[in-house]
Design a binder for this molecule. Structure first.
Ligand code: NAI
Length: 335
């Protein structure tokens, strides 16, 4: 119940069928009034949040100053992110105006396992083999891969997902080099400088958040330092990679393969079916055209376990904040 004893109302944006299913199941314990909207939260759609206590948003809902003002004007008290990353919210501006919560961990396994799935698919050419055998083409030419065993993987960001990913890599007999701005003393990982990762890794896996500091971490100068044939995996945030530099690196054959679950300009494309359309984004279209690039549509989180945990934590975040309790999942501005 909200302060005035009415059921808590949540405007839920960017709702997909799987979200609705998971949240309706979790809401049996809360009985909130959740209005599901297929649209993203934008300046045009913010009016849908009228009379709601909270909005629930996802990775590509851009919560800028105007949206925050519009929510505050409509007396919305809470922005409940149903994701871990919060780079899409202007936290500095939200500070003191509206509370922001997130789901810091729902299944780091889902994301780490997806990263490994992309890597294996790419280097063992499974995406190509699948299409061939569907067409009764059993020829193996062009499908030669390489062993992961004995290769060096550079993992940038050794938080929850990074640590699970390194464990998976160790299971394959890979050498793990780690970089983190805040190395974990208890991790037993071999931390090195970023330059050592660029120079020594056969595979680079991005597992850090998107911040001003990490934006375009992969760019033309850093690609120049990498080994020829480097495989880059990004299931964190698209803007960690300068897409134009990636494109050039692939065209020059410096980059051997790219496994991307996220893309800098994904907001207008991912989660929608454009199969009958002409894509305006030339960089994305070109990337998808390469045989050594695999793009998935920000789906690394998409497991039954993760969806259940996202829904349960989000609804509990709403309860905690709106009942005035301290919420451990509040994202506060670190000025
Ligand atoms: P986490 O907070 O547990 O770990 C992040 C790690 O990055 C920390 O160890 C932190 O010290 C490190 N870090 C911070 N700044 C850094 C810098 N400048 N350079 C290097 N390392 C830095 O986060 P978690 O749960 O492991 O998630 C990582 C990222 O994965 C999230 O920020 C999010 O962007 C992304 N993600 C993507 C999903 C998908 O579906 N594709 C789903 C969930 C998360």
């Amino acid at each position: 119940m909200s302060e005035d004893n009415k059921p808590i109302k949540i405007a839920f944006f960017d709702a997909q069928d799987y979200d609705i299913k998971a949240f309706e199941a979790a809401n049996e314990s809360y009985n909130y009034e959740i209005k599901f909207f297929e649209t993203k939260l934008t300046a045009d759609t913010v009016k849908l949040a009228k009379k709601c206590d909270a909005v629930c948003v996802f990775v590509n809902d851009m919560i800028d100053k105007d949206i925050i003002d519009a929510l505050v004007k409509r007396k919305v008290k809470l922005i409940a992110l149903r994701c871990a990353g919060y780079n899409n919210v202007d936290l500095a501006y939200a500070n003191g105006k509206i509370t922001v919560v997130r789901v810091p961990a729902y299944s780091p396994y889902a994301v780490a396992e997806h990263a490994m799935a992309l890597l294996l698919t790419s280097i063992r050419r499974i995406h190509k083999a699948y299409i061939r055998t569907r067409d009764f083409n059993f020829n193996l030419n062009g499908l030669t891969g390489f062993d992961l065993h004995g290769k060096t993987v550079g993992v940038i960001g050794t938080g929850k997902i990074g640590r699970i990913f390194t464990d998976i890599c160790k299971g394959f007999g890979m050498n793990v080099l780690a970089y983190d701005k805040f190395p974990a003393a208890d991790s037993g990982l071999h931390y090195v400088s970023l330059d050592e990762i660029w120079e020594q890794a056969d595979i680079i896996s991005l597992r850090c958040p998107l911040t001003d500091e990490t934006k375009h971490l992969i760019n033309t100068p850093t690609i120049a330092k990498m080994k020829k044939g480097i495989v880059i995996i990004n299931t964190s945030r698209g803007a960690l990679i300068n897409s134009k530099a990636l494109l050039e690196g692939l065209k020059s054959r410096k980059i051997g393969a790219a496994c991307l679950d996220v893309y800098e300009e994904e907001a207008d494309v991912f989660y929608h079916d454009y199969s009958g359309h002409i894509i305006d984004d030339d960089i994305l279209a070109r990337l998808i055209s390469f045989p050594n690039v695999i793009v998935t549509s920000h789906q690394a989180f998409l497991t039954r376990e993760a969806l259940g945990n996202i829904a349960a934590t989000t609804l509990d975040n709403v309860r905690t904040v709106l009942s005035g309790e301290k919420c451990n999942n509040e994202v506060s501005y670190q000025g």
